[in-house]
Design a protein around this ligand. Structure first.
Ligand SMILES: *Cc1c(COP(=O)(O)O)cnc(C)c1O
Length: 391
């Protein structure tokens, strides 16, 4: 934290937690109520019904008072048994962490690695499944939007590859940084467990996470042998039928979630996605105008939630971020894993408008100059030209 005094609001442009809109803050700022009382039950029923629309599912969505990591664990422990093989697409840092968790839980991961510059490879998934005639692979795990690289995997194509192989594996997808930012269809893509979190596209503070659950996943949960208690879907789904929870829920975060879901539905999901696509395109135009390189090397996998930007060789992304925080009071995302100090990440997801984007890009451009990173000026102008021409 810088000790310099800064007037004006801090720009929190990491790719999550994102800026929390005032309407959500106001909704959270209420007296906590009895989570077994009638007012809570009415709110819970309403919320659990509307939440399904955000996942584009008609099935249940489980809410945990936990960060996204908890919902990863829930997805694995509810559906799998010790020693089960799981096909894990290691597309970046978050996929790697999920893989590590699978190993610690006693699963047997089979890795499909990428160069961290694109999404999961559907052909490689299809090949691995076709070679598994005994159906030892019980699940395919994919991170929809890899937040460490700014690459989005094509879940529709992953689904098609699984179907083409005629393989019964479950499909588990992490949408922690894509839900409510990038089009995502739990039912249409026949995803079995969708993992999500509160602090990114859903515009809430950290502290809630989610599992959207298919009928096939519910059947798998009856057979799964990994130990589970706190994360067990079954008591949760039973209590949720009447709008309640088996243990104390994050009551005030749920007030906020209720408001956030209403905001998203009022804007309309297709408009929300188009807004994110537009801001991402404007950001990429700025990066190209600066003469810098986008980490994602395949335009079909460009992320609409964030853009990871590579520094020229010999320049430190962390030094740039430190300069920008110190001089302009803006936080940008750091490079993770093999990308440490190599990239910085611009978050453009959540409650975000054109002028916030231009302020963000302005801070980056001034920071590049202040930190002595070789670049051309004119990135902000390129973004303005695109936004103004695509209002
Ligand atoms: C943020 C993030 C996580 C981690 O979630 P926590 O809430 O920090 O536990 C996992 N996966 C992806 C893709 C993320 O963006």
């Amino acid at each position: 934290m810088s000790h310099t005094h800064h007037a004006g609001r801090h720009f929190l442009q990491i790719p999550g937690p994102t800026n929390v809109p005032d309407r959500v803050l106001r909704a959270i700022d209420q007296p906590t109520i009895d989570h077994r009382g009638p007012a809570f039950g009415a709110m819970g029923r309403d919320l659990l019904a509307d939440l399904r629309k955000i996942f584009q599912t008609a099935g249940p969505v489980v809410i945990y008072p936990a960060s996204g990591t908890g919902a990863w664990e829930a997805a694995l422990t509810n559906t799998l048994s010790p020693g089960d093989s799981v096909l894990m697409c290691r597309t970046g840092w978050f996929a790697t962490l999920w893989n590590d968790m699978a190993s610690r839980l006693g699963l047997t991961p089979i890795f499909l690695d990428t160069d961290w510059r694109r999404g999961a490879d559907p052909a490689a998934i299809g090949e691995a499944l076709s070679g598994d005639a005994q159906h030892r692979i019980k699940a395919v795990c994919v991170v929809h939007n890899e937040t460490s690289t700014g690459c989005t995997s094509r879940i529709d194509e992953v689904r098609a590859a699984i179907d083409a192989a005629g393989h019964p594996a479950l499909l588990l997808v992490d949408t922690i940084s894509s839900l409510a930012s990038i089009d995502y269809r739990h039912d249409e893509w026949k995803v079995d467990v969708t993992v999500a979190g509160s602090q990114k596209g859903l515009m809430l503070p950290p502290g809630l996470s989610f599992n959207a659950v298919s009928a096939k996943a519910l059947v798998a949960a009856e057979q799964a042998k990994l130990p589970r208690s706190y994360w067990d879907w079954r008591p949760m789904l039973e209590a949720n039928k009447t709008g309640y929870f088996p243990y104390t829920p994050g009551t005030n975060l749920l007030f906020g979630l209720h408001a956030a879901v209403q905001m998203l539905l009022e804007e309309g999901l297709s408009n929300v996605f188009a807004r994110h696509d537009r801001h991402a395109e404007a950001t990429r135009r700025a990066v190209r105008a600066w003469g810098l390189e986008i980490q994602c090397a395949d335009p079909r996998h460009y992320s609409s939630s964030l853009t990871a930007v590579r520094l020229p060789p010999g320049h430190s992304a962390d030094a740039l971020r430190a300069t920008i925080l110190d001089k302009f009071n803006m936080s940008l995302g750091n490079g993770l894993g093999i990308l440490k100090d190599r990239v910085f990440r611009i978050g453009h997801l959540g409650d975000f408008g054109d002028l916030q984007l231009l302020g963000t890009l302005g801070g980056v451009e001034m920071g590049l100059r202040a930190a002595g990173v070789p670049h051309r000026s004119g990135g902000v102008q390129a973004a303005i030209d695109y936004l103004a021409g695509n209002a």
